[in-house]
Design a protein around this ligand. Structure first.
Ligand SMILES: N[C@@H](CCC(=O)N[C@@H](CS)C(=O)NCC(=O)O)C(=O)O
Length: 239
């Protein structure tokens, strides 16, 4: 009697599913704006680059006659960044960071400790929803240098709150490295703030200044900055 070996099916399934998963992951596309100006694009780009998550980049120039239509090809929300993973579209910088962190739990994009992770998510949410004065008076413009500009009482308040967040995280969790020790989404989230502080000559306490230097020296941030420097478009302010 012929024996049917059905033990191989799960192996084939596993192999096929891992190949499919790989192929799917290889197709990640991140749609971003100009590197010099698009602070929201910088966050997931830096996080994905820092954690070696491969993606193809599509750059859409902001403030052009066709910008709205070009973004609409990827997302009806009308904003970059947008992540495309096969049939799935994820828009909004924080949702993208959460999605890639979930897809790559082994890479530890968030701090591993539950309390630190809750804290990291809180400060990212605060960055995402607040600091409107800083965003409008000190818009990201990596190539520019405007020391002393943009100092309104409201931006001073924002700078004070950001200093407080960094100080607390670095002393409680960071041990003089990144906000939660190892580089995490939280550092990627505040990287555009570091760029603004550099452009507008904001000087903080030595420990915070040293943190900014470490962020600026991180290979993912350095790469973004080099590519921003190589861009030639000049745009009005962006938030
Ligand atoms: N909350 C959104 C904000 C995204 C956003 O405002 N992006 C700007 C560029 S930095 C944009 O797409 N603007 C559209 C335009 O200028 O036409 C996020 O976190 O992704």
């Amino acid at each position: 009697m012929q024996q049917i070996d059905n033990t191989s099916t799960p192996d084939i399934d596993t192999e096929v599913s891992s190949v499919l998963q790989h192929a799917r992951r290889a197709q990640l596309i991140l749609v971003i704006g100009n590197k010099n100006y698009s602070s929201w694009s910088m966050r997931p780009w830096v996080a994905m680059t820092a954690f070696d998550i491969p993606f193809k980049e599509i750059r859409i120039l902001l403030d052009q006659p066709d910008t709205t239509n070009r973004i609409a090809e990827y997302s009806l929300a009308g904003r970059v960044p947008v992540l495309i993973d096969g049939d799935l579209t994820v828009w909004d910088s924080l949702a993208i960071c959460e999605y890639v962190a979930e897809q790559h739990p082994d890479k530890k994009l968030w701090p591993q400790n539950v309390v630190a992770r809750a804290r990291a998510r809180s400060i990212c949410a605060e960055m995402h929803g607040s600091f409107s004065s800083l965003r409008s008076s000190m818009s990201m413009d990596i190539r520019a240098s405007h020391p002393g500009a943009g100092r309104t009482p409201q931006t001073q308040g924002d700078i004070g709150r950001i200093s407080e967040i960094w100080e607390e995280c670095l002393s409680q969790y960071g041990h003089h490295q990144f906000l939660f020790g190892e580089f995490s989404i939280a550092d990627a989230y505040f990287a555009p703030v570091v760029m603004r502080f550099q452009t507008y000559g904001v000087f903080l306490a030595p420990a915070l200044q040293a943190y900014m230097e470490r962020v600026l020296a991180h290979p993912a941030v350095t790469r973004w900055v080099q590519e921003a420097m190589a861009e030639t478009e000049v745009l009005p302010d962006h938030k």
